[in-house]
Design a protein around this ligand. Structure first.
Ligand SMILES: *Cc1c(COP(=O)(O)O)cnc(C)c1O
Length: 423
């Protein structure tokens, strides 16, 4: 069957889409919001649970810790239980706590301390920078030179990381811990997590994952694969709000270890308020909390999870793959001047697509001026994220139509070349 690039075909696909009605629950401030991999929009569900916690605070004051519904004291654990199926974990292996970067610090430090001697930590050269900042800082804290103790897997094409190269690097160096993303933030490649987990397990290498670009759009299977730990944020695909509390997973095998960044909120719950000077970690991922759960940064996640549970993560992934397939085909067919930097096999793709053009920065600004919210990642990537809960096929068609017009008419030339800023 040949590819049908008409707008009418896109409309027909929206009509057949079982998730199409979910968009009514989201506030979309722009015509075409294609940036849900950076900041998901507000849903009425997230707003409802945030409002409820504010009401509880107003009406119950400190009693909210025990009388909130659910009680605030165990809110982080209860959200963790609901998140667990999204990452393929058992309920006590997940908790919400801290920020993603803080979770990288505490988990990398804790797991490194479990190792004998001073082995190397494996990362890759296309990582989101905060991961490297945190890992390097943790090596320095131990008096180790990060340039010597960090092994960076190199990319062959500047876009992707081959699992084979990860495995080879494990064998070529004295690697004790590997910390890798599920989906690369720029190109959108989904790494072969299963193969990497198997290789790590066979070599006795501890494995941690950063799921920031996959949680809520790609299902995971962390427990069954024996992944040791993972971190992620909730403000991207899960739409829990800017700076929402982050999430983490620790395999049951490691419960009971003392976290590197210990704090009273990770203490065993039953005796936390006995206020002992001696720290007893919770026998769960909850031990990796540090201070008090930030209720107002956690409450929107509760409603956001209602939406995702109702849609179902498998249906979300299925629509995401259909949308990104469609986007890639349309760019190939209609915008010959642009390259697609994202792998074409669906099994190697996360939820966004990297559209490459040397004028990517100015093109992304021209798109924004037309109400198409995308972002630019240097040197040449326009990231386009058709998030399945509030983007449809006709939206994708219109985005590509704008892109084609801007590229063909050189509409981007009206914008300055520049650098810096938030996007
Ligand atoms: C978005 C993102 C982060 C963000 O970290 P914060 O501490 O929430 O600012 C970390 N890692 C990756 C891979 C990301 O995509």
């Amino acid at each position: 069957m040949s590819f049908d690039a008409t707008r009418e075909a896109a409309r027909r696909r929206d009509e057949a889409d079982p998730l199409s009605s979910f968009r009514e629950r989201f506030a979309l401030p722009d015509d075409l919001y294609m940036d849900g991999n950076s900041l998901g929009p507000l849903s009425s569900d997230a707003e409802r649970t945030l409002d409820r916690v504010v009401d509880e605070w107003r009406e119950q004051g400190i009693r909210g810790w025990t009388d909130g519904d659910p009680p605030w004291f165990e809110y982080a654990e209860s959200l963790g239980e609901r998140l667990a199926p999204l990452v393929g974990a058992r309920g006590d292996e997940v908790v919400v706590a801290n920020s993603t970067t803080v979770n990288v610090h505490t988990l990398v430090a804790t797991f490194y301390d479990l190792l004998e001697g001073t082995p190397k930590i494996l990362v890759d050269e296309l990582d989101f920078p905060t991961d490297h900042y945190a890992v390097r800082a943790q090596l320095r804290q131990r008096g180790l030179d990060p340039d010597e103790h960090l092994v960076q897997v190199e990319s062959r094409d500047g876009r992707t990381i081959a699992a084979e190269d990860v495995v080879r690097a494990m064998d070529a160096h004295d690697v004790g811990l590997a910390f890798l993303p599920s989906v690369l933030y720029r190109s959108g490649q989904l790494l072969d997590v299963e193969r990497i987990a198997r290789a790590a397990d066979e070599r006795g290498v501890l494995l941690g994952l950063d799921l920031a670009h996959s949680v809520g759009v790609v299902p995971h299977d962390l427990s069954a694969l024996g992944v040791d730990f993972a971190v992620w944020c909730h403000y991207k695909y899960l739409s829990a709000g800017p700076g929402a509390v982050a999430g983490l997973y620790v395999n049951r095998e490691h419960h009971g270890v003392t976290p590197a960044l210990a704090g009273w909120w990770g203490h065993e719950k039953g005796t936390q308020f006995e206020m002992n000077m001696e720290y007893t970690p919770a026998e769960s991922a909850g031990a990796f909390q540090i201070g008090t759960v930030p209720m107002l940064a956690a409450a929107p996640l509760e409603g956001a999870l209602d939406v995702v549970e109702e849609a179902g993560i498998d249906a979300i992934r299925e629509k995401s793959v259909a949308l990104t397939d469609y986007l890639v085909s349309l760019v190939d067919e209609r915008v010959l001047e642009c390259d697609v930097g994202t792998p074409r096999e669906a099994s190697r793709r996360g939820g966004h697509v990297a559209v490459e053009h040397p004028e990517g920065d100015r093109i992304s600004r021209a798109l924004k001026e037309r109400g198409v919210v995308v972002d630019f990642r240097p040197p040449n990537v326009v990231r386009v994220c058709p998030a399945p809960l509030y983007v449809g096929f006709e939206d994708v068609w219109r985005v590509v139509d704008h892109l084609r017009d801007i590229v063909e008419t050189r509409g981007y030339e009206a914008f300055d070349t520049r650098g810096g800023g938030v996007s």
